[in-house]
Design a protein around this ligand. Structure first.
Ligand code: BGP
Length: 492
């Protein structure tokens, strides 16, 4: 295998509501994820909060006030119900130790996201919260000590709860200005220290209260909200380029590969339509215009988009510099499938993770080629990894050979795409490099990390960090720039 590019970025990825914690500290306001429970059967996970009378209500920022938390209380239990994002795994207080651990593996990049309400607690203040900015500057100081560069996701599936309450989130155009205000502050204060920015996370999967700030589930609201996100991303890109010459802007998409279930023409046609449902979001943002098939999608979904004069010009003026994505799995579709953006039907040729996600390393090479062919822009793989249950042995070791096997297979396919197929790819950041709270389930036991965190699904534990077997393995992968991935393959 030809060697990887010398300047390839190797690192890990996190999101603030799953990793950072620090709820109610440093002037942070409420965020939409603050209302999610641990997802245990007695506490439904999404959009609910257990009220004083024992019933569940819709999330509203007035439901709890961080200032009311008694001193010394664990700030994540209300009426016996656990809210994992409040503490997450406490990067807020442990960032120095965490960054040192990451540096120990040789990471040269670290992806993290900004808690919007840490900078603008309600999203609408005139001036930013200095303490919030200080936290992220401290994180970057620490990264720089170890020559790691930040990869910042400006908005990873969350927003100040106050914006969700007042405007119904991204369904309102007003939120674009609030987002741009956040961007301006970040670019002014952090800009000179960050090359790569992601305007939004998993743009094609943003939906509902926590990630989009809206409680309406209809297609009209959804695509209108997405239009506002497209505009916000393009305007942020424009501003970023002006304020930080040389900066690079991408957005992130959830890209499972989708295969046709059979070569039956009806399945093939349905496959193409489903793929377009996903690629639609990249098409608009990377090419800078709505694709010709938009009419078909909107017609089938009963959507009439409200655009203002000038919107098309905004999109056209600032397409993305690079395309980034998460890749965990693949699926199949047939003419009869009930497809949503990520999930289709299982593939009989693939095994699955304990959480039922099909494992498909070749799908990663496939998707890299597909996306690069379509956009001819550099890629950045910013999420990939295996969610699994890890066991701490009596001697304290964690032998996660299954994770090593998953990553080895995926990284080999990535290297084939880059070195054999000629795909330009800036870097790879493994998801949840330090164990963190699961987005979909709220669990801790679904672990991705090279580094174990001593905490259970209810937040019990010391939060102590411990290296897994995969830590040293990945360290060698990075030190050899991927060469050791091929050690056990006989030379031809
Ligand atoms: C992506 C999200 C991440 C992350 C990951 C793994 O969709 O961008 O935030 O959580 O998926 O998902 P989960 O935590 O559900 O295993």
């Amino acid at each position: 295998m030809k060697p990887m590019p010398k300047d390839f970025l190797w690192g890990g990825a996190t999101a603030s509501f799953q990793f950072e914690g620090g709820f109610g500290e440093g002037g942070r306001g409420l965020s939409t994820h603050d209302f999610e429970t641990d997802g245990s059967p007695e506490h439904p996970r999404h959009h609910t909060l257990k009220l004083a009378d024992g019933s569940y209500g819709e999330a509203k920022s007035s439901f709890f006030n961080p200032d009311d938390i008694p001193d010394g209380a664990v700030p994540c239990f209300y009426d016996g119900c656990y809210y994992p994002s409040h503490k997450a795994v406490d990067f807020y207080h442990r960032y120095k130790e965490d960054i040192a651990l990451m540096a120990g593996m040789g990471f040269n990049v670290f992806r993290f996201s900004i808690t919007w309400s840490r900078i603008f607690p309600t999203g609408e203040e005139e001036t930013p919260n200095e303490e919030g900015i200080r936290f992220y500057l401290d994180v970057i100081d620490e990264l720089e000590k170890y020559h790691m560069e930040p990869l910042i996701t400006i908005c990873h599936d969350e927003m100040p709860a106050a914006l969700a309450d007042k405007y119904d989130g991204w369904s309102s155009r007003k939120v674009i200005d609030c987002y741009l205000k956040l961007c301006r502050v970040l670019f002014e204060r952090i800009g000179s220290r960050c090359r790569y920015w992601l305007t939004f996370n998993e743009v094609n999967a943003v939906r509902g209260y926590a990630s989009c700030g809206t409680r309406k589930a209809d297609n009209q609201t959804h695509y209108q909200a997405m239009h506002h996100i497209f505009l916000a991303s393009a305007l942020a890109t424009k501003m970023g380029h002006e304020m930080m010459p040389g900066s690079k802007f991408g957005a992130m998409y959830a890209l499972s590969e989708i295969y046709p279930a059979t070569c039956r023409p009806e399945d093939m046609m349905r496959h193409m339509q489903c793929r377009r449902e996903t690629l639609f979001f990249i098409d608009v943002m990377a090419r800078g215009y709505y694709p010709s098939y938009t009419g078909d999608i909107f017609e089938r979904r009963g959507v009439t988009l409200k655009k203002e004069p000038g919107d098309d010009g905004i999109l056209a003026a600032s397409p993305l510099d690079y395309v980034s994505f998460s890749y965990y799995r693949s699926c199949t579709v047939s003419a009869e499938s009930n497809f949503n953006v990520i999930g289709g039907d299982p593939n009989p040729y693939l095994q699955s993770t304990p959480w039922g996600w099909p494992i498909d390393p070749i799908g990663l090479r496939y998707v890299m080629n597909e996306i690069y062919d379509r956009y001819q822009k550099p890629l950045f793989i910013v999420e990939n990894g295996l969610g699994a249950v890890d066991t701490v042995e009596a001697d304290g070791s964690i032998n996660d050979d299954y994770r090593i096997a998953y990553l080895k297979d995926h990284l080999r396919e990535m290297q084939k795409a880059i070195c054999q197929d000629g795909v330009e790819c800036l870097g790879y950041t493994m998801w949840g490099c330090i164990d963190l709270v699961s987005l979909s389930t709220g669990e801790m036991r679904k672990r991705y990390g090279f580094i174990y965190v001593d905490m259970d699904d209810k937040g019990n534990g010391t939060l102590e960090r411990r290296k897994k077997k995969s830590y040293d393995w990945m360290k060698e992968v990075i030190a050899t720039n991927g060469a050791c991935l091929w050690d056990d393959i006989p030379e031809e």
